[in-house]
Design a protein around this ligand. Structure first.
Ligand SMILES: [Ca+2]
Ligand SMILES: [Ca+2]
Ligand SMILES: [Ca+2]
Ligand SMILES: [Ca+2]
Length: 219
Protein backbone atom coordinates (compact mmCIF):
# COMPACT_ATOMS: atom_id res chain seq x y z
CA UNK A 1 0.00 0.00 0.00
CA UNK A 2 2.80 2.34 0.89
CA UNK A 3 4.55 1.50 -2.36
CA UNK A 4 1.37 2.16 -4.37
CA UNK A 5 0.89 5.62 -2.75
CA UNK A 6 4.51 6.49 -3.48
CA UNK A 7 4.22 5.61 -7.21
CA UNK A 8 0.92 7.52 -7.55
CA UNK A 9 2.54 10.64 -5.96
CA UNK A 10 5.44 10.47 -8.39
CA UNK A 11 3.03 10.31 -11.36
CA UNK A 12 0.94 13.24 -10.09
CA UNK A 13 3.96 15.56 -9.86
CA UNK A 14 6.08 17.13 -12.67
CA UNK A 15 9.69 16.53 -13.50
CA UNK A 16 12.08 19.47 -13.84
CA UNK A 17 12.17 18.91 -17.62
CA UNK A 18 8.39 19.12 -17.85
CA UNK A 19 8.35 22.30 -15.78
CA UNK A 20 11.07 23.89 -17.92
CA UNK A 21 9.20 23.00 -21.15
CA UNK A 22 5.98 24.43 -19.74
CA UNK A 23 7.71 27.68 -18.72
CA UNK A 24 9.33 28.00 -22.15
CA UNK A 25 6.01 27.43 -23.94
CA UNK A 26 4.32 29.97 -21.64
CA UNK A 27 7.14 32.47 -22.25
CA UNK A 28 6.87 32.09 -26.04
CA UNK A 29 3.09 32.45 -25.86
CA UNK A 30 3.30 35.60 -23.70
CA UNK A 31 5.94 37.25 -25.92
CA UNK A 32 3.81 36.44 -29.01
CA UNK A 33 0.84 37.98 -27.24
CA UNK A 34 2.80 41.14 -26.36
CA UNK A 35 4.19 41.38 -29.91
CA UNK A 36 0.68 41.09 -31.38
CA UNK A 37 -0.58 43.69 -28.91
CA UNK A 38 2.34 46.02 -29.67
CA UNK A 39 1.82 45.67 -33.44
CA UNK A 40 -1.90 46.28 -32.99
CA UNK A 41 -1.23 49.43 -30.97
CA UNK A 42 1.23 50.73 -33.58
CA UNK A 43 -1.23 50.10 -36.42
CA UNK A 44 -4.00 51.83 -34.45
CA UNK A 45 -1.65 54.70 -33.60
CA UNK A 46 -0.68 55.15 -37.25
CA UNK A 47 -4.34 55.09 -38.30
CA UNK A 48 -5.13 57.76 -35.70
CA UNK A 49 -2.18 59.84 -36.83
CA UNK A 50 -3.27 59.60 -40.46
CA UNK A 51 -6.80 60.62 -39.48
CA UNK A 52 -5.46 63.67 -37.64
CA UNK A 53 -3.26 64.65 -40.59
CA UNK A 54 -6.21 64.20 -42.96
CA UNK A 55 -8.44 66.30 -40.70
CA UNK A 56 -6.08 69.27 -40.50
CA UNK A 57 -5.48 69.05 -44.25
CA UNK A 58 -9.23 69.17 -44.91
CA UNK A 59 -9.70 72.11 -42.54
CA UNK A 60 -6.94 74.09 -44.25
CA UNK A 61 -8.15 73.43 -47.82
CA UNK A 62 -11.73 74.29 -46.83
CA UNK A 63 -10.58 77.56 -45.25
CA UNK A 64 -8.42 78.58 -48.23
CA UNK A 65 -11.23 77.71 -50.66
CA UNK A 66 -13.65 79.77 -48.58
CA UNK A 67 -11.35 82.79 -48.78
CA UNK A 68 -10.85 82.41 -52.53
CA UNK A 69 -14.60 82.11 -53.18
CA UNK A 70 -15.01 85.70 -52.01
CA UNK A 71 -12.64 87.10 -54.65
CA UNK A 72 -13.95 90.07 -56.62
CA UNK A 73 -10.71 91.77 -57.61
CA UNK A 74 -9.91 90.42 -61.06
CA UNK A 75 -6.45 91.97 -61.01
CA UNK A 76 -5.38 88.57 -59.68
CA UNK A 77 -5.47 87.37 -63.28
CA UNK A 78 -2.38 89.43 -63.92
CA UNK A 79 -0.73 87.88 -60.87
CA UNK A 80 -1.50 84.44 -62.26
CA UNK A 81 -0.30 85.07 -65.79
CA UNK A 82 3.16 83.73 -65.08
CA UNK A 83 4.90 80.93 -66.87
CA UNK A 84 2.93 78.06 -65.36
CA UNK A 85 -0.24 79.89 -64.26
CA UNK A 86 0.25 78.83 -60.68
CA UNK A 87 1.52 80.60 -57.63
CA UNK A 88 2.10 80.07 -53.93
CA UNK A 89 1.46 83.69 -53.02
CA UNK A 90 -1.74 85.46 -53.96
CA UNK A 91 -3.07 88.86 -52.92
CA UNK A 92 -6.74 89.55 -53.55
CA UNK A 93 -9.80 91.40 -52.36
CA UNK A 94 -12.95 89.63 -51.28
CA UNK A 95 -16.57 90.60 -50.69
CA UNK A 96 -17.28 91.70 -47.13
CA UNK A 97 -21.03 91.97 -47.59
CA UNK A 98 -23.75 92.69 -50.15
CA UNK A 99 -25.70 95.91 -49.58
CA UNK A 100 -28.94 96.16 -51.60
CA UNK A 101 -27.48 93.95 -54.31
CA UNK A 102 -24.14 95.80 -54.38
CA UNK A 103 -21.00 93.94 -53.32
CA UNK A 104 -19.04 95.72 -50.60
CA UNK A 105 -15.30 95.02 -50.89
CA UNK A 106 -13.54 93.59 -47.88
CA UNK A 107 -9.96 94.12 -46.79
CA UNK A 108 -7.11 93.10 -49.04
CA UNK A 109 -5.96 89.60 -48.16
CA UNK A 110 -2.84 87.62 -48.94
CA UNK A 111 -2.42 83.84 -48.93
CA UNK A 112 1.11 82.54 -49.10
CA UNK A 113 3.46 79.69 -48.40
CA UNK A 114 6.30 80.54 -46.03
CA UNK A 115 9.08 78.44 -44.58
CA UNK A 116 8.52 77.57 -40.93
CA UNK A 117 10.58 79.38 -38.32
CA UNK A 118 13.82 77.48 -37.74
CA UNK A 119 13.85 75.97 -41.24
CA UNK A 120 16.10 76.97 -44.12
CA UNK A 121 15.65 75.95 -47.74
CA UNK A 122 18.66 73.63 -47.73
CA UNK A 123 17.39 70.01 -47.89
CA UNK A 124 18.20 69.66 -44.18
CA UNK A 125 15.82 69.27 -41.22
CA UNK A 126 17.11 72.37 -39.41
CA UNK A 127 14.56 72.35 -36.57
CA UNK A 128 14.88 68.59 -35.93
CA UNK A 129 11.18 67.72 -36.23
CA UNK A 130 11.74 64.96 -38.80
CA UNK A 131 10.52 67.04 -41.75
CA UNK A 132 12.75 68.73 -44.31
CA UNK A 133 12.21 72.31 -45.48
CA UNK A 134 8.58 72.31 -44.29
CA UNK A 135 6.50 75.45 -44.43
CA UNK A 136 3.15 76.95 -43.48
CA UNK A 137 0.18 78.49 -45.25
CA UNK A 138 -0.27 81.98 -43.83
CA UNK A 139 -3.23 84.31 -44.33
CA UNK A 140 -2.62 88.05 -43.88
CA UNK A 141 -5.31 90.73 -43.73
CA UNK A 142 -4.37 94.22 -44.88
CA UNK A 143 -0.79 93.25 -45.80
CA UNK A 144 1.61 96.22 -45.45
CA UNK A 145 -1.38 98.28 -44.22
CA UNK A 146 -1.98 99.82 -40.78
CA UNK A 147 -4.12 96.89 -39.62
CA UNK A 148 -1.91 94.09 -40.89
CA UNK A 149 -2.51 90.83 -39.09
CA UNK A 150 -1.43 87.30 -39.98
CA UNK A 151 -2.72 83.87 -39.00
CA UNK A 152 -1.21 80.47 -39.79
CA UNK A 153 -3.81 78.24 -41.46
CA UNK A 154 -1.70 75.10 -41.75
CA UNK A 155 1.71 73.92 -40.57
CA UNK A 156 4.00 71.14 -41.85
CA UNK A 157 3.29 71.90 -45.48
CA UNK A 158 5.56 69.95 -47.83
CA UNK A 159 7.98 71.98 -49.95
CA UNK A 160 6.74 70.26 -53.11
CA UNK A 161 3.32 68.84 -53.91
CA UNK A 162 2.97 65.09 -53.33
CA UNK A 163 4.91 63.13 -55.94
CA UNK A 164 7.05 66.10 -56.96
CA UNK A 165 10.68 66.97 -56.39
CA UNK A 166 12.96 69.58 -57.91
CA UNK A 167 14.01 67.99 -61.20
CA UNK A 168 12.33 70.19 -63.86
CA UNK A 169 9.96 67.32 -64.61
CA UNK A 170 6.21 66.84 -63.95
CA UNK A 171 6.63 63.64 -61.95
CA UNK A 172 3.06 63.48 -60.66
CA UNK A 173 1.67 64.14 -64.13
CA UNK A 174 -0.72 66.98 -63.24
CA UNK A 175 0.54 69.42 -65.87
CA UNK A 176 2.67 71.46 -63.45
CA UNK A 177 6.42 71.15 -63.08
CA UNK A 178 7.95 71.06 -59.59
CA UNK A 179 4.84 72.71 -58.08
CA UNK A 180 4.93 73.73 -54.43
CA UNK A 181 3.20 71.89 -51.57
CA UNK A 182 0.76 74.80 -51.47
CA UNK A 183 -0.20 76.44 -54.72
CA UNK A 184 -3.10 78.06 -56.50
CA UNK A 185 -3.62 77.39 -60.19
CA UNK A 186 -5.85 79.31 -62.56
CA UNK A 187 -7.75 77.48 -65.30
CA UNK A 188 -10.14 79.84 -67.11
CA UNK A 189 -12.47 81.38 -64.53
CA UNK A 190 -11.65 78.71 -62.00
CA UNK A 191 -8.99 78.41 -59.36
CA UNK A 192 -7.63 75.15 -58.04
CA UNK A 193 -5.96 75.11 -54.64
CA UNK A 194 -3.74 72.15 -53.84
CA UNK A 195 -2.10 71.33 -50.55
CA UNK A 196 0.24 68.60 -49.34
CA UNK A 197 0.87 68.25 -45.61
CA UNK A 198 3.14 65.85 -43.75
CA UNK A 199 3.61 64.65 -40.18
CA UNK A 200 5.89 62.25 -38.33
CA UNK A 201 4.07 59.38 -36.60
CA UNK A 202 5.17 57.58 -33.42
CA UNK A 203 7.28 55.12 -35.42
CA UNK A 204 9.18 58.00 -37.03
CA UNK A 205 7.55 57.45 -40.44
CA UNK A 206 6.45 60.47 -42.43
CA UNK A 207 2.71 60.56 -43.19
CA UNK A 208 1.88 62.54 -46.34
CA UNK A 209 -1.62 63.66 -47.35
CA UNK A 210 -2.84 65.85 -50.20
CA UNK A 211 -6.09 67.49 -51.19
CA UNK A 212 -7.38 69.99 -53.70
CA UNK A 213 -10.43 72.18 -54.13
CA UNK A 214 -11.96 73.82 -57.20
CA UNK A 215 -13.27 77.38 -56.89
CA UNK A 216 -15.29 79.19 -59.53
CA UNK A 217 -14.65 82.94 -59.37
CA UNK A 218 -17.67 85.20 -59.45
CA UNK A 219 -17.95 87.68 -62.33
CA1 LIG B 1 12.00 70.40 -40.03
CA1 LIG C 1 15.83 72.96 -44.03
CA1 LIG D 1 3.43 68.15 -61.20
CA1 LIG E 1 9.46 67.47 -60.38
Amino acid sequence: MKLFQSKQGARAGYTMVEIMVSLTVASIFMSSLFMAQDTGQKVASRATHEDETQARLSRAVTRVASELRSIIDTSIWEDLSGLSNETNILTFQGVESIDEGVMVPGVVTRLEYVLEAGELLDDVDNDGDGLIDEGSVVLTRDPTGPNEISVTLCRNVREYYQGESLDFDDENDNGLVDEAGFHIQRIGDQLIVRLTVEDVDLRGDVVIKSAEALIRIRN
